[in-house]
Design a protein. Structure first.
Length: 492
């Protein structure tokens, strides 16, 4: 697909009113690979107006949910037919290794589409309840309205689908803002939407940076904001939405813990950490970058993780052998390098990695997978989200201490517990204050289960019935028979 230098507004490809473009730069070559249209405030106004009209007077909110499900399943069919094309786009624009781009970035969104459709089929859109005070109450679920969906660059299509599809299934209209680093996959979605019969005005896609996001979030025509991004940005979104009494859901940062119990197998844990901590080059809000290990076995677990890291191939993301590609931008590379230097200054022991480019790599925004040991949980590298391939091994004394360390974080998004004793691991997992916990697996993100965080990791949930309900308002109709027939005289 050659990217269009136009905007997708209300189901049409139109020129930007400003004529400006966004450069898409390869993280591997540091060269411009594409240019896409950049929206102005006037373009955003038009997109919101189209979405407003499509919701207020168009057919989409009143379409039978079964028809919306059928359209989304057709979209999934078209999507599956072009998965490999999408994987190529994501590897080019954000540097994900092509094997991971195929297995996760491209494959999982299609799975989500079908799971969300199944959820909508089983959803109780309307029910009648016997009124406690007499009569009946009909409870309906109706779409919230115009949704501003803001998607980051790290898992662009996955997070686009996580917001767009439930909103459409609910009957909402959507203005989607992808990141300027990764607009190409969003163009891919726009082309797919063109083929499935979504009515005009229902979806607009406007790639852009913070200024576009700020204007869209504050727009008076928006009824709900669904935002995924940093906690700092999420606070700003929440302030704007709070002042406007606008619905908001926030999926924000994380500094999750992998809690390794003293009976766990080091090799199994090390294999898990290659996914839990280093998936997508560590550029994941759910990344479990704090590895909590029993003090008496800390060297054993640290060595196993180091051995697993040394086997990872770092380099050209289009090479099928590559397991760790570049970070998305020069800014992100510099940020991660600064944290590595900070860890050294804080007194953590650098067991593996560092700030130098990987062996055999001459250019690109790469950071070597890095492992720190002797990390204290109060260090900044243990408390702040780095968003890169940096793991910290933290020792604990007993189970009680391990739970305290896991919960000693301003975040609460993800986590895992590792032990062959499932009952013990489950009991520990129930004590961790976080949104999702995997037991003997890196992640627990089944599309039927609600996903989201506590504390500074966000507000609200995506996936499952709970995710669909986030785009719906319950409305109550109270039904009571009239006291008498019309024109009936009293006493007759």
């Amino acid at each position: 697909m050659s990217p269009r230098q136009q905007l997708y507004i209300g189901g049409e490809w139109v020129d930007s009113t400003g004529g400006e473009t966004i450069e898409v730069i390869s993280p591997h070559t540091e060269q411009v690979i594409a240019r896409v249209a950049a929206p102005t405030h006037a373009d955003i106004d038009r997109a919101v107006a189209d979405a407003r009209a499509a919701f207020d007077t168009g057919p989409w909110p009143h379409t039978d949910p079964r028809e919306r499900v059928a359209i989304m399943r057709t979209l999934a069919d078209h999507y599956n037919a072009r998965e490999d094309e999408l994987a190529q786009l994501i590897t080019a624009e954000m540097g994900a290794p092509i094997t991971f781009a195929r297995s996760a970035h491209a494959k999982l969104p299609g799975v989500l589409m079908r799971a969300f459709a199944d959820t909508a089929v089983g959803f109780l859109w309307e029910q009648t309840r016997a009124g406690f005070l007499g009569g009946e109450v009909v409870v309906r679920h109706e779409p919230v309205g115009v949704v501003a969906a803001i998607v980051p660059w790290n898992m662009p299509m996955f997070l686009t689908v996580a917001k767009l599809i439930p909103a459409l299934l609910a009957g909402c209209t959507v203005v989607l803002k992808p990141s300027p680093e990764t607009p190409l996959d969003a163009h891919h979605m726009a082309e797919l939407l063109d083929t499935v019969g979504v009515p005009p005005g229902v979806v607009s896609i406007l790639p852009g940076g913070r200024e576009v996001g700020r204007y869209l979030v504050a727009h008076p025509g928006v009824d709900k904001v669904s935002f995924t991004g940093s906690t700092a940005a999420g606070r700003q979104v929440a302030q704007v939405c709070g002042a406007a009494l606008r619905r908001v859901s926030l999926e924000l940062g994380g500094k999750s813990a992998a809690l390794v119990l003293d009976d766990a197998d080091p090799d199994a844990v090390a294999t898990g950490m290659m996914v839990a901590g280093l998936m997508n080059g560590g550029q994941a809000c759910v990344a479990q970058t704090r590895v909590l290990v029993p003090r008496r076995r800390r060297h054993e677990f640290a060595d196993a993780i180091a051995n697993a890291i040394e086997k990872l191939t770092v380099g050209d993301p289009f090479d099928p052998a590559t397991r760790v590609g570049p970070l998305v931008s020069h800014h992100q590379q510099q940020r991660v390098r600064e944290y590595i230097e900070l860890g050294r200054r804080e007194g953590a022991r650098l067991l593996l990695g560092g700030t130098d480019l990987p062996e055999g790599v001459a250019r690109g925004w790469y950071v070597r997978p890095t492992l720190f040991t002797d990390v204290d949980n109060t260090m900044r590298i243990a408390q702040e989200e780095i968003f890169g391939p940096v793991l910290s091994v933290i020792a604990y004394t007993d189970d009680e201490h391990a739970v305290c360390l896991a919960n000693d974080s301003e975040y609460g998004l993800s986590g895992s517990v590792w032990s062959p004793d499932l009952e013990r691991a489950t009991a520990i997992a129930r004590r961790i204050r976080t949104g999702t916990v995997g037991i003997n697996e890196p992640y627990s993100m089944d599309p039927v289960a609600p996903f989201g965080g506590v504390k500074n990791s966000g507000i609200g949930r995506e996936f499952g019935v709970e995710g669909l309900a986030g785009y719906l308002d319950p409305v109550s109709l109270s039904l009571r028979p009239a006291a008498g027939r019309p024109n009936e005289a009293p006493g007759t």
